[in-house]
Write a protein that binds this ligand. Sequence first.
Ligand code: MTE
Ligand code: MO
Length: 438
Amino acid sequence: MKIKKLERGICELYEEDPEAADYKVFGRIAEGDRRGFLKGAGLAAMGAVVGSTIPFQRNMPGGLIPAALAESHSSFELMGKDGLTVLNDRPINAETPAHLLDDDVTPNNRYFVRNNGTVPEMAEKMDASGWTLTVDGLVDNPLKLTLDDLKTKFTPVKFKLQHECGGNGRAAFNPPAKGNQWTVGAVGNAEWTGVRFADLLKAAGVQSSVIYTAHYGMDGHLSGDPNKLPISRGVPITKAMDPYSIIAYEMNGGPIPTLNGFPVRTMIPGWPGSCSQKWLRRIQLRDVVHDGAKMTGQAYRTPYYNVAAGEKVPIEAFKFIHSMPVKSLITSHESGHEVQGRSLTVGGQAWAGDHRVQAMHITIDFGGTWIEADLKDPPNPYSWQRWTAAITFPEKGYYEIWARATDSHGVMQTFAINWNPKGYLNNTMHRIAVRVAA
Ligand SMILES: Nc1nc2c(c(=O)[nH]1)N[C@H]1C(S)=C(S)[C@@H](COP(=O)(O)O)O[C@H]1N2
Ligand SMILES: [Mo]
């Protein structure tokens, strides 16, 4: 019981009961127990959260929280990341504040991290020697490919792909939903290089009975049990065959960063982030819906009918999330911005799962009137789209800017959350506060 408690993440411990957490973490408890806290995977995660390896790690007293972490439990630095808000350290989960998502292509250091387990050693070392990708299951020619095979035996493709965690926006749920309390920043739009999933499947000779893919990564289960996987998801074969579903080996022109899936991951754009398996090692083709970790029960599923906030939903009523809904962010200014003069040009990004964003509007009077924003075409399907809008404020004072995207089917972002038990798919309008000084 005690061990279990000690194995939870630092942020989680502190959030629940800071005094008890301090007590647990800084001592006044049995020596053996304190060591337990930082054992195994905890140590690796610790290196990742303080920003590098810890040369004198062996000298660290059991239970000691590095100063880098103790000083700020929510915004300490992550390896290779800059300015992200860390929601949890075990597993590592970090989101990007909206105003740091202003780039049309999200740089590596601003790209969110959503881990379910522990970071594989190969990714920590950024050394892919010995790595292979197995493609097996219901195929005529099972494949075992090295990184070099992937790069040389298939035609490379390069796309900007929008990618959002299914739980992005969960923090606004009331009653709350368990899980990472993402606000708005579990989303990014990087440029990925890789091979088409379809090309790989063609080479493997997928049999006609196949209906689903199954993806396996190299990350470990938090319990340390080697027989358990933290997550293993898949997609219907039709989605895998989409020309923009890829097996990626580069992000923004270089190796995929440690925390984002080095050396190779699937990128299934427009669908919940969890379909894009990091640290990929195996793809299995199946004639049943994949039943790996986080594919069963309520995981990545929502009720097929609207439910009231807090309503109990029978398990039969849950269906998989496929395309993510239409959404947008104001990224040009941080909430709280002070406007000099009476005019301001704001901008941001908009996306719509499998669809395109067709229109973008903003309001400064809580929805009384709407200003149509200028909206760019995506550079390729599944990329997010840049929007900008010029605002003239009538007088000084406090305003909120709200942004609303409409997709190619006419579906718009909403004011109110479409509540569901697991806290998925919150696509309510993003808003920022601004003050017009004079
Ligand atoms: N192997 C592995 N792949 C994974 C995960 C994971 O924990 N392990 N998390 C998934 C989830 S839930 C999301 S939202 C995305 C996050 O990708 P990122 O960390 O590169 O932003 O990766 C997905 N792929
Ligand atoms: Mo996710």
